[in-house]
Design a protein around this ligand. Structure first.
Ligand SMILES: NC(=O)c1ccc[n+]([C@@H]2O[C@H](COP(=O)([O-])OP(=O)(O)OC[C@H]3O[C@@H](n4cnc5c(N)ncnc54)[C@H](O)[C@@H]3O)[C@@H](O)[C@H]2O)c1
Ligand SMILES: N[C@@H](CCC=O)C(=O)O
Length: 542
């Protein structure tokens, strides 16, 4: 249909509470029990067909109960990835020829299916496979993914409507083409919404995609793929390969038609992939678009005028929700001596010690386990090093136990040296480093916040003094892509706080915004002259 239409106005999906006694809680618990009892075959999906990857098998387990296998997946081989690339190329002409509205309708239907009959499935898979509490799964696997799909359609419509002016006698048009090739999406373990958004955003703009989720997010990724199929996504538009990505880098990123990378994950992996793309530059038909949102060492800085209760709550939620495994998680804090000695120290220690991490299928827990054995080992080592370091005091937590699940206790370390590792390294877990400064040194501490970490993802200032807030706004302008005033640095909402950071934290293309979608189009300018001139001479020639 070529008619001029408008798209539905998006509103953010309301967050379910799963309070005791609610029908939503019962229904979610029932779906968790079903998925726990299955041992799913976590296949690839290539050209609409499901098959197990040909490489080594991998168990997908519950991080909070690592002997409990949820499903089995496998490493994609070079041949598997080559098939996915071929399928993406074959599907491209049909998909990009489809009018925008038809592509958009697939995502709008996916959003409605997720808001309704698929909600429990994606939430349950995220709780079990990624060890999220019901609240953390709901804001991610349900609300944020629904919002990505609905808002992206509205943002994309603004892009395709954007047209140039025309001088008399001419008609200028912009053809918002997809990229000239296929897009590769590589997604992290920690957000089901990010995993769902990264392949679908380029697809909405008419691209076809090879998508590789993280093996530890494979259960929820598997159901995301099934949901997209139920919404009417044609075969071959998004091709999902499984495993750790080694073959993907070697095959998809070396293909002449590779046209874009949509990545979220660690800074280290992103740099590795960027270098690989650089090495292949002479192979490609076009310059690939590279979009990557990466790590963070996110800060909270408090002014002496801060409200102490709001500060402690922001620190606890910001640092310890989802076991600190958010790129946005508060992991370094700079607090003034007067507030610290005046009660913040004790309050922070008490609340942190009261947090319970456990089996997240028991909804009474605040959080669960870290994602896998590697993350656990990294945290245990960091905690041992901290215990042995005389410049650090363990104020709360400091222990780890992997006998049942990969549990790391919420930990607060107080450090006198603000350049020590705990203030600069992203651990990606529940460790908050606190530096206490003298009240008169607020300006100096802002400079320290800005210069002592290579990252610039999220950050927060707590203050009631307007001049102090304005001072922080100015001093920290480039220290965070998402900056919060009197709020935790986590929990960005699609359409409200477009998300992404600069410096070592990424290309800051703001997932779930018009800026991101713009990266997946290659506009063609068309000029038509109605009555073309027929004499080549100009008036100045006499
Ligand atoms: N800035 C953001 O928006 C954002 C959001 C979520 C997570 N993150 C970051 O992601 C990291 C945590 O996620 P993670 O542990 O999944 O990150 P990761 O870098 O280990 O993995 C990300 C993805 O890359 C794949 N991968 C790893 N090596 C690869 C290779 N050589 N070739 C191809 N693919 C490869 C992984 O399998 C996974 O799918 C943290 O650093 C966090 O800060 C950032
Ligand atoms: N957008 C999420 C973080 C995503 C990264 O892990 C937040 O704002 O907390």
């Amino acid at each position: 249909m070529d008619a001029v239409t408008s798209v539905p106005t998006p509103i953010n999906e309301p967050i379910g509470t799963y309070a005791p006694g609610s029908p939503a809680r019962e229904s979610l618990a029932a779906r968790i029990a079903e998925l726990e009892g299955e041992r799913a075959e976590l296949t690839m999906t290539i050209g609409g067909r499901r098959r197990m990857a040909a490489g080594d098998r991998l168990d997908v387990v519950q991080p909070h109960d690592h002997r409990h296998v949820l499903g089995v997946t496998a490493q994609a081989t070079h041949a598997d990835v080559a098939d996915a690339v071929t399928a993406a190329k074959q599907a491209a002409p049909g998909w990009r020829a489809l009018p925008f509205d038809e592509r958009a309708a697939v995502l709008l239907r996916a959003a409605d299916l997720l808001a309704g009959p698929w909600r429990d499935t994606l939430n349950a898979a995220t709780i079990l496979g990624q060890s999220k509490s019901a609240q953390q799964a709901e804001i991610d696997a349900a609300c944020e993914l629904i919002d990505f799909w609905r808002y992206n359609v509205a943002f994309a419509r603004r892009i395709v409507e954007e047209q140039p002016v025309s001088a008399p006698g001419t008609w200028n048009r912009t053809d918002h083409r997809p990229l000239d090739g296929f897009v590769t999406a590589i997604t992290p373990f920690n957000f089901t919404a990010i995993a769902g958004n990264l392949p679908t955003a380029p697809a909405l703009m008419g691209n076809t995609v090879v998508w590789k989720p993280s093996p530890t997010q494979q259960l929820a990724a598997h159901f995301t793929m099934r949901l997209l199929e139920a919404a009417g996504l044609p075969p071959g538009v998004i091709n999902m390969v499984t495993g750790d990505g080694a073959a993907l880098g070697e095959v998809a990123l070396a293909d002449p038609d590779f046209a874009g990378l949509h990545f979220t994950g660690s800074t280290r992996t992103f740099k590795h992939l960027w270098r690989r793309i650089g090495d292949n530059l002479d192979t490609y038909r076009s310059y690939p678009r590279i979009v990557g949102e990466t790590g963070g060492k996110d800060f909270v800085v408090a002014h002496p005028s801060a409200d102490p209760a709001a500060l402690v709550n922001g620190l606890v939620r910001g640092a310890f929700e989802y076991q600190g495994q958010k790129c946005s998680a508060a992991s370094r804090a700079y607090l003034p001596r007067s507030l610290w000695d005046g009660g913040v120290r004790d309050h922070l220690a008490d609340v942190t010690a009261s947090l319970s991490y456990g089996d997240v299928t028991d909804f009474s827990h605040f959080g669960g386990a870290v994602i896998d054995a590697r993350a656990f080992a990294k945290h245990r080592e960091a905690l041992q090093a901290a215990a042995a370091n005389t410049s650090l005091e363990v104020l709360a937590g400091g222990t780890a136990d992997d006998s049942t699940g990969y549990f790391v206790q919420p930990t607060v370390l107080v450090g006198s040296d603000p350049l020590q590792d705990v203030f600069t390294t992203e651990y990606f877990g529940p460790i908050l480093a606190v530096h206490v400064y003298e009240d008169a040194d607020f300006a100096k501490v802002l400079e320290l916040v800005d210069t002592s970490s290579p990252y610039a993802l999220t950050g927060a200032v707590f203050a009631t003094d307007r001049a102090a807030i304005e001072q922080a706004h100015r001093a920290l302008r480039f220290s965070a892509g998402n900056f919060y005033v009197n709020d935790k640095p986590t929990g960005a909402v699609v359409g409200q706080q477009p998300f992404g950071g600069g410096r070592a934290s990424g290309t800051n293309d703001k997932a779930g915004s018009i800026h991101n979608l713009q990266r997946w189009v290659s506009p063609r300018s068309i000029k038509e002259t109605f009555v073309p001139p027929t004499d080549h001479r100009y008036p100045h020639m006499g």
